[in-house]
Design a protein around this ligand. Sequence first.
Ligand code: URA
Length: 195
Amino acid sequence: MAKVDSASQTLQKIHAKWMAKCTCKLRKTATRAVPGSGSSAADIVFIGEAPGKKEDLTGLPFVGAAGKFLDEMLATVKLDRKDVYITSIVKYRPPNNRDPFPEEIRSCAGWLRDELTFIQPKLIVFLGRHAMHQFFPDLKISEVHGTHIEQKIPNFPTEHFFALYHPAAALYNGSMRELLFSDFKKIPSILRKLK
Ligand code: URA
């Protein structure tokens, strides 16, 4: 327990350091930063795109409608937010929820890298193509969603990845919802193989 406590303190220090030094231009329009949240000892890290309105107001990732759907999917594989770590490639809300610009993604990249290097997850799950493209710019989410991607990246803490469509894509689309549930259900068996 003490080990986990000091690990979560270290993560809080990482967030405090980046809140002070992040040069992302979205800081001018966002209410606050939305750092990652969850277990510092997580085997799985979920990476989304950027905070929306509710995240911007609360400072917590995935607490809006897409986050509720993520919670539902986690529950189907008997996981809870406290078992995993959830973050986004960009830590500040883009105005009107537009897609983040490459420069905004670049300026938050060190923050994400520090989170991942510290947590050392066994598996990284991309929530949507923007998150996946930061690591695998040439992959198409329509081709690789729901598959185990194994790739060594120099000086990077994991070589196991899994891509899902962004949960927001399923909010008004029943077939996308079913697809996301069925992809999500593959996560536990991948994780078991990695342990
Ligand atoms: N979508 C994301 O990608 N991240 C959030 O934190 C919320 C919605």
